[in-house]
Every structure is written in C-alpha cells, then in structure tokens.
Ligand binder design. Structure first.
Ligand SMILES: [Zn+2]
Length: 462
C-alpha cells in the first residue's frame, strides 16, 4: 500500500519566538524563522521517494507527503525518519513530528494519521515520531547571544539563529512565501498600495496617526476556530473535506486581510500595520499597534463569521494582550494564547474575546466578553473611553476600596447610578452590573476610538 506521511513543526509560535525582543535584528530573525519553516514544508522530498500529497490542504509548517509506489510498514517508518531528519537539518531547534500511515486512500490515511498524532498507532500500519529540539544545556556550552537557548558553535550565535538571520534578510525566488508576505501582497493588491513590512516592533507601535495614541504599546492577537474538529468529523467524504478546509483557509486569510485593510486609514501609509506570524487554516497570530487591537480583533472575528456563514456553528475565539513594546514579545504571545483558551472555556463554541493587559497592575488575568456584547456596547465604550482618565481611575479606586470593605455589589451600583445621574451620563440609563461596569473600565483603557488620517489636520500626520 502507499504510505502517507505528514512531517512538520509542532508549536510553531514557540519556535519562531525563540529570538525574542523588539529590536530590528530579532524581528528579522523571527521572520527568518517563518521563512525557514515555510521553506522546510515546501521542500522537495522526491529523492526520498516521497511526493507532495495532492489531496491534502495547507497547514502552516507541515509537509503532506505520499510515497511513490507501495511500501511496507517498516519502510514507511524509515521514510518518515528520513523526512524528519531532512527537516531537522533545516530547522535545528524546532520541535518536529512525523506521522505515517499505510492506506489505499487519503481519507483512510487521514483518520489513521490523526489517531497516530494522538498516540493511537497500529503496529505496521501507522506510527508517529517526535523529534524534540536538543536540550537547553550541555556542560561547558556557551549560550547563544541572540536566543539565549541554543549552543554556540562559532562566533556568538547558535546555528539556528545564524540561519534565521540569513533567511530573514531578503526573499529569493526559490523561497516559499511566509504568512506575512502572503497577506502583505493581498493587502497591497486590495488597497492599491505598496506597503512594506515594518523593520521593528517600535516602528509598528508608532504607526497610528492619532496624536493621542500611545506610541509604545502593542496588541498581540491569537485567534483560533471553534467547531472545526466537529465539522471535519461530520464530513465523511474526502472531496468535501478538502473543499471545507480550503474554505476555512480562505476565510481566515480573507478576514485577516480585510481586518488589516480596515486599519489603514488610522496609520501612516508606508508600512503594513502588523507583524503576522500565523494566518492559515483556523489560526491567526498577529501583533498590531495597541490602539488598533480592538478594531482589528472585532473586524477579524466579524469577517470570519461572514465568510463561513454557510457552515453551521463555526466561529473564531480570540485572545488580545496589551503590552509595552520593550517587554518580551513571547510573554505577550503566550498570554494571548492563554487568554484565548480562557475565553474558549468560558464561552464554549461562541465567538468570544479574552483580553489581558500586561501594562496594568492586576491586568494579567484575562477578562472575557462576547463578540455580540462588544458590538452592543460599542457606543457606551466610546463614551467611557472618552471620559478623562482621572475619572475612570477614580471609579476603579472606589470599586477596589468597596471590594476590600466587602460592600454589596448592588449597593455600590446604586451609588454609581447616582454618580452617572449627577454627571448627566447615559450610563445612568443602562442596567449595568458591577462586573460589567468594571469590564468596561478595563476595556476602555485600550478602547480609545482611533482617529483617521482624514479626520486630522494635515500637519497632524507627522
Ligand atoms: Zn540562538
């Protein structure tokens, strides 16, 4: 029987963010790592007797392969081993996995491969190989200056970082496009512009034209699909499964592109207002200027929902994390991942957003809101975020003190409603609970409705 082999990177974002930091050289290395991953997945494995599997779909960092001709179980395991070694040579410190299965058709292989990745293998029929990166420390080793993790071979960086630096410099014709290059081309095409990628995170944070925007903060968004596994389980037919996965891929890429295009009126028009690490299948990992984080996320989730409206119960859940540009980006990424998971747990199967604010004391714990709630409350949020910061922090202080004194939440809201009335605020007309009011105050910190280029005086755009 022919063998189907999937070989690829596990936990791509962890691998890519080994070279952390906001500096130009470190971002270049992360982009280089993106390119290395794209190239490794697109590489030829023909000399190993493996051809691209034409029936599969795009998964970032994974090569879907099929043997040319029939193999035994032992031979298939050998080929999977050779393929993973080939990938290791290109990605020295990535966590790699190869799964293989013997099957007459890809739909049978698909089920076997999926089971193998969960550890359910069948002797001589399917298997899985995990290839962990080398351990962090060996005695007497010198640590890499760039990632702080790898072992220095020559100079002051490890082999992985040296490759990243090379790969991050420029795209050559033989390179596979990275997620960022793909979406950049699509945004330029859609907006008739010739934007380029930002050179560092500091530059990204400074892109908004609004003179009131904070210029040294970022929002990192991690989004993941709901209902995708269930949907694929319910599809028996292979052709239908392929169509569905193509639909999903174009939905997330289209929604990502449109969400980025929606940010352009708020930014200087030279650079893409984002660093894109993943944007494929039902996954997105993107960093944008902090002030545009909510706009981007709301547009992404809404756009995705529209694009997959033909499918029942598909949606995106996102985590947003606000962080200072100088704080380690990998901390923001793992916090965004965590916030997204919290939102999934709290709002099972619904379009929801978890957000955390690493710049605010106590802001590390994710708060959750529904996409629908966010849309309903948009005008109120505009209003709350437009209040003087001193007013909002005064209210936050009162809430904290009341909590310490164990004041009843309903009593406290009676007090606040009196306050809102005194101020003549429309907040008085809303039946807010204390939790909701607190959420709004938290959310308002980064909500600030951004001002567009065309709303600013010409000299404002500097
Ligand atoms: Zn290194």
């Amino acid at each position: 029987m022919p063998a189907y082999i999937d070989v690829g990177v596990v936990r791509i974002q962890e691998y890519i963010t080994r070279t952390s930091g906001a500096a130009e050289g470190q971002l270049r290395k992360r982009r280089g790592a993106s390119r290395m991953v794209a190239n490794a997945a697109a590489a030829s494995y023909l000399d190993l007797g493996l051809e691209p599997n034409p029936e599969s779909y795009h998964v970032e960092g994974v090569a879907h392969l099929r043997s040319i001709g029939t193999l035994s179980g032992a031979e298939a395991a050998d080929r999977a081993g050779a393929a993973i070694e080939r990938m290791r040579a290109q990605l020295p410190y990535a966590y790699l996995r190869a799964s293989w299965a013997l099957a007459d058709t890809y739909s049978t292989a698909f089920t076997l491969l999926d089971a193998a990745r969960r550890g359910e293998t069948a002797e001589g029929v399917s298997g899985v190989l995990d290839y962990l990166p080398p351990p962090r420390d060996t005695p007497f080793s010198k640590r890499c200056k760039s990632c702080g993790l790898g072992e220095v071979i020559t100079g002051d960086t490890c082999g992985d970082c040296r490759r990243r630096d090379q790969a991050g410099k420029a795209q050559t014709t033989s390179d596979a496009p990275t997620p960022e290059e793909r979406v950049l081309a699509e945004v330029n095409h859609r907006a008739h512009l010739s934007l380029t990628a930002v050179t560092d995170l500091t530059g990204l944070a400074r892109l908004p034209v609004d003179p009131h925007a904070k210029r040294n903060h970022l929002a990192t968004i991690y989004a993941d699909g709901n209902g995708v596994g269930k949907l694929f389980e319910s599809i028996g037919d292979r052709t239908a499964a392929q169509t569905t996965s193509k639909d999903l891929d174009s939905a997330i890429r289209g929604a990502g592109r449109d969400a980025l295009v929606s940010l352009l009126p708020y930014c200087r028009d030279k650079s893409l207002p984002a660093v894109v690490t993943v944007l494929a299948a039902d996954d997105a990992l993107i960093t944008v200027p902090a002030q545009l984080g909510w706009t981007f996320t709301e547009t992404l989730l809404t756009g995705f929902a529209q694009q997959v409206s033909g499918y029942e119960s598909l949606s995106l859940t996102a985590g947003i994390v606000f962080s200072h540009v100088k704080s380690p980006i990998e901390a923001a990424i793992s916090a965004a991942d965590e916030a997204m998971r919290d939102a999934k747990r709290a709002r099972h199967g619904q379009a929801a957003i978890g957000w955390a604010d690493l710049t605010h004391p106590g802001g590390e714990d994710a708060k959750i809101c529904d996409l629908a709630w966010l849309r309903d409350r948009r005008q109120v949020l505009d209003l709350v975020s437009g209040l003087p910061a001193s007013q909002r922090s005064g209210w936050e202080r009162i809430i904290a003190e009341a909590a310490a004194a164990e004041v009843d939440a309903a009593d406290l809201m009676v007090f606040f409603r009196r306050e809102f009335n005194r101020l003549g605020s429309v907040l008085a007309d809303l039946d807010l609970t204390l939790d909701e009011f607190q959420d709004m105050l938290d959310l308002a910190r980064w909500w600030a409705p951004p001002r567009r280029r065309d709303q600013l005086a010409v000299d404002g755009d500097q």
